[in-house]
Ligand binder design. Structure first.
Ligand code: PHE
Length: 384
C-alpha cells in the first residue's frame, strides 16, 4: 500500500486542526490523534550465515505488532533482507528511503551491517533504531541513530569480571572475528577490564579468524599449547559452533566465554555435545522466571514452535518500543519520531527497562547464561 506523501498529510492535518481548535481541543491532542499509521522499514539478515538472527527478530517483531492490536498508531512494516552483509544493509536502507519512503527504520543485527546502514539513514535524516547491534561506535556522531540494547564496552567488561571473579581466571586467550566491528570492539573491552584487574592476556594469544574460515585448528592448537584459564570468543554462532566442535575434537578442555552473537538455536545444531559447559553474556534468557518473560515465551512458542532466543526478545521489544515512540511523537515526520526516540525513558521491555541516554544508547542489564548440549540456562543478571 502507498502512504500519503508527507506534505499532503500535513495539509490534511492543518485543515482538520482549524475545525478541531474551534471545538477547543489543544494542538498536542490533535497531533496525537493524527498519527494513525506509519510506514516502518525493517532491515534483517534473513538469509546467509546469520539468518537465525533475522528470522528470530522478525518473529518477535510480528508477535509484538499483532499483540498491539488495532489501536493507533499502526506500524506498517516493509521488511528487506540484507543477506547479512554491509553492502546488502546499505542497499536495503537506500531502497526503503527512496522507493518505499519509510518514516523510520528498525535493524540491522550485526554491528558492521548496522554501521553501513546507519551512514545511509543518517545522511537522509531518517531515524534508525537497532534492536541488537552493540558496537559502541554505531550511534556516535549520528544523531538519527539509536539503539535499545546495551553496548559492548559494557558487555566485554561484564564477561571479563565474570572470568576474574566467578571463574577465578588469571590468564585468557581471545579468538577474534577479524571481519567484525563487533568482535574487535569486544576484544578491546574484555582485554582492558581483564588486564586492569591484574589478569594476563599475552599478545600471541589474541588470535584472529575470518567469517569465511571453516577450519580453526591452527588457532586452537596455539590455545592448547598455552593452556590459558579461559578463552573468550566474541563471535557469531556459525563460526563459534564450528570452533567449539573442533576444540572438542582436539581435546582442548578449556572453558569458553562468549557474547550475544552466540545466541542462536543453531549454535547447538552446529556444535552438538561441544556446546555444553560455557558461559555467555546476552540480553535475555527464556528460562528467566519473570512472569512477563514467561508470557512472551509461551506466546512465541505457540506461533513458532521453538523457544525464543535473545534476538526474538529484542525484536519483540523493538516493536512495542517503536510504537510507543511514534505515539509519543504524535507525528509521522521522521525528525519528530527521532526526537521522541531520543527522549524515551523507562520503557518496560522484556529485555529490561529501556532509557535512551544522551548518546542514544540504552542503559540496561545483561544476563549471563550457561550452555548445555541443547540450550542456554539463566545464571545471573548484571546491572550497568
Ligand atoms: N550484538 C551483536 C552485534 O552487534 C548482534 C547480536 C545481538 C547477536 C543479539 C545476537 C543476539 O553484532
Amino acid at each position: 500500500m502507498i502512504m500519503p506523501s508527507r506534505p499532503s498529510r500535513r495539509s490534511a492535518i492543518a485543515a482538520l486542526s482549524v475545525g478541531i481548535c474551534s471545538l477547543g481541543l489543544s494542538h498536542s491532542l490533535l497531533a496525537r490523534a493524527a498519527v494513525t499509521e506509519v510506514k516502518v522499514g525493517v532491515i534483517l539478515p534473513l538469509t546467509g550465515d546469520k539468518a537465525t538472527f533475522g528470522q528470530e527478530s522478525l518473529n518477535g517483531l510480528k508477535l509484538a505488532l499483532d499483540k498491539a492490536g488495532k489501536d493507533a498508531p499502526q506500524l506498517k512494516i516493509q521488511v528487506e533482507d540484507t543477506q547479512g552483509t554491509p553492502a546488502g544493509s546499505a542497499a536495503a536502507v537506500n531502497k526503503l528511503i527512496s522507493t518505499d519512503r519509510v518514516a523510520v527504520i528498525i535493524g540491522e543485527v550485526a554491528s558492521s551491517n548496522t554501521i553501513a546502514a546507519s551512514t545511509a539513514a543518517q545522511s537522509a535524516k531518517i531515524p534508525l533504531v537497532t534492536h541488537a547491534s552493540t558496537n559502541d561506535s554505531i550511534t556516535l556522531g549520528k544523531d538519527f541513530i539509536s539503539r535499545i540494547c546495551f553496548v559492548d564496552s559494557f558487555q566485554g567488561a561484564v564477561m571479563a569480571k565474570f572470568a576474574l571473579n566467578n571463574l577465578k581466571a588469571k590468564t585468557a586467550a581471545i579468538l577474534v572475528d577479524s571481519d567484525s566491528d563487533y568482535s574487535r570492539g569486544l576484544r578491546d573491552s574484555f582485554k582492558q577490564t581483564f588486564v586492569a584487574a591484574g589478569g594476563v592476556i599475552k599478545d600471541e594469544l589474541v588470535i584472529s579468524y575470518s567469517q569465511k574460515d571453516r577450519d580453526f585448528k591452527t588457532q586452537l592448537m596455539k590455545v592448547r599449547k598455552a593452556t590459558p584459564d579461559v578463552v573468550f570468543i566474541p563471535g557469531y554462532y556459525t563460526q563459534v559452533g564450528a570452533i567449539l566442535r573442533q576444540a572438542k575434537e582436539l581435546k582442548l578442555n578449556t572453558k569458553f566465554l562468549g557474547t550475544d552473537g552466540w545466541d542462536s538455536p543453531d549454535l547447538f545444531k552446529i556444535a552438538g555435545a561441544a556446546a555444553a559447559g560455557h558461559y555467555v553474556s546476552s540480553h535475555f534468557a527464556s528460562d528467566d522466571t519473570d512472569p512477563r518473560v514467561q508470557e512472551f515465551v509461551r506466546e512465541y512458542k505457540v506461533r513458532n514452535k521453538e523457544n525464543p532466543g535473545a534476538m526474538a526478545a529484542l525484536g519483540y521489544d523493538a516493536g512495542f518500543f517503536m510504537r510507543a515512540a511514534i505515539k509519543k511523537a504524535g507525528s509521522s515526520e521522521p525528525s519528530k519520531i527521532r526526537d521522541a526516540i531520543a527522549s524515551m525513558k523507562n520503557f518496560d521491555g522484556i529485555t529490561g527497562t529501556i532509557t535512551i541516554d544522551k548518546n542514544r544508547n540504552a542503559v540496561k542489564p545483561a544476563v549471563i547464561v550457561t550452555t548445555t548440549e541443547k540450550e542456554f540456562k539463566f545464571l545471573t543478571r548484571v546491572n550497568p
